[in-house]
Each structure stands twice: as structure tokens, then as C-alpha cells.
Design a protein around this ligand. Sequence first.
Ligand code: SAM
Length: 269
Amino acid sequence: MSTPVIGMSRRAQLYRHVSRLEKSPITSLTSHITKRTDSMNVDKATIEQAPQKASELRASQVYKENLEFWHGAWNMCTKPYTKMPDLEYVPWLPERLRKASAQSILDLGCGSGWLSVYLSREGFTVTGIDVADHALELGKQWADMESLQIKFDAGDLGDLPYADNSFDAVVANSIIEHLPLSLAVVVMTKLKSVIRSGGTFIGCFDKVGTGPGEYFKLEDGTQVYTDKSRKGMMLRYFPDEELKELLTGWKIDEFKTLDSGTRFVVAHT
Ligand SMILES: C[S@@+](CC[C@H](N)C(=O)[O-])C[C@H]1O[C@@H](n2cnc3c(N)ncnc32)[C@H](O)[C@@H]1O
């Protein structure tokens, strides 16, 4: 990852290198290192095999390097960046959560916690989980600055440390697209029990990974970046149909594609 620029939002810092490389004309470089396979659909076999595949993936070197990327990226941030992102769907989140009568919220892959802070300010009881402890430390500092009670947990989404019925709702902003398919299936399955019956899932899925870049592909289409600035980072584009299949067992209430290409999805168990 490139050096963070002071004054840029954390999200912008994390994606700056992604968009720059996706716009750069280096397709020829990627063509020989990229093993192209078509995206798989989330069929019954994929779902059945997901726990085994996810477990193998999590034990692999490639996954270790992916987590190292996130630790390294966050370690470059020295203090909480306390500006909220200017995204059109941000105000929709508390509105949809209230409509669903949700109070306790899990912020999946919370990073340094802008969404946790935002929802806590709005009166929700929030727990954020992320693999990067330094990101969580920044989130805690921010919460302390505003005297907000937010629980920040360190953990891998592939092994969510929560009992059944722990939350009314889960929010997942720009995170599922960083997981290979098997892991995304495992996470979405586990979430069904971690939230109470009738609980809500709100996912905001960026349109990422659709441009050129220096990466190789895993068999499920996940791009594993090899360029210096984002070495190890995994990115997988989930087409609309696949997102819907990923939500097998959930009832989809809303599926909106925004001008930015982000898909805003609300579902419940
Ligand atoms: C693109 S950032 C999004 C952060 C935050 N949700 C936001 O909206 O700004 C992805 C986040 O997911 C975290 N992450 C990536 N893979 C993870 C995993 N397997 N388990 C837990 N957190 C993970 C990263 O540390 C990073 O904070």
C-alpha cells in the first residue's frame, strides 16, 4: 500500500492505490500472471464445500499475506481520521435499522470504526470486529474522544466469536468483496445464527476488482494483488446474481445499484 496522505479519509487511502492501478494500462503485464476462470455461481455444491475450502484457504500462505496486507495498511495510520465519508447511502443505514427495530448492531470489518461511531452516535449499541488490531485501537481512540461506548473486537471474519442471537443486525460496508467466495459463504451462513431470528443484514458492496491490475486469480476468481502497494490484498467482484445467491436463506428486502456501482442490499433472516 502506498503511503497514506494526511487529510485523506481512511477509506480513500485504502482504495486510492486500488483505483489508480485499475486505471493504469498494465493489462499486458497481468495477462501472463492471471489465471482466468469464469466466476462461479453460488450453487449447492459451492455452499456445501465452502467450510472445507474456507478452512484450507485460511491455513494458506496466500491468506496469511492477505491479512498481513491489512495489518500493514492500518499500521501506517497514526491517528483516527474523524470525518464521515460522504456516501449517499450513509443516512439510509440508521433509517433501515430503525425500520427493522434493530438496536444491537455488529459492524463487520469495521476498520477504524467510522460506521460504528456513526451508528453509536445515532443511539445504536454497536460492536465492531476487524482483523487489524491497530485499526481497532484507532476506533477506540475515536470513541473515547466522543465518550461513546463501542465494543471493538479483534478477529477474523472466518471465525466469528459470537454466540447465537447476539445481535439484531449486521452491517457490512466494503468488506465482503475482500473475501474469497468460500469465506464469504461461511461468513454469510454464520451471520444467520449470530443475529436473532428475523434479524437484518445490510451490505454495501463496492464495484471493485473489475479493472486491470497486477494480480493472479484464485480458482473462484478472487484477485490476489502482487504489486508492491497492495501485495497480498484479496479482492473479488461479486456480480449482482452472485450476491443474490450469496444471500441464499435470507429474504432480500432491497437491492439497489447506485450510480457509483455500489450495491446497497438489505435482507433479513
Ligand atoms: C476496505 S476496508 C473497509 C473498512 C470499513 N468497513 C469501512 O467501511 O471503511 C476492509 C476492512 O476489512 C478488514 N478485513 C479484511 N479481511 C478481514 C478478515 N478476514 N477478517 C476481519 N477483518 C478483515 C480490514 O482490516 C479492513 O479494515
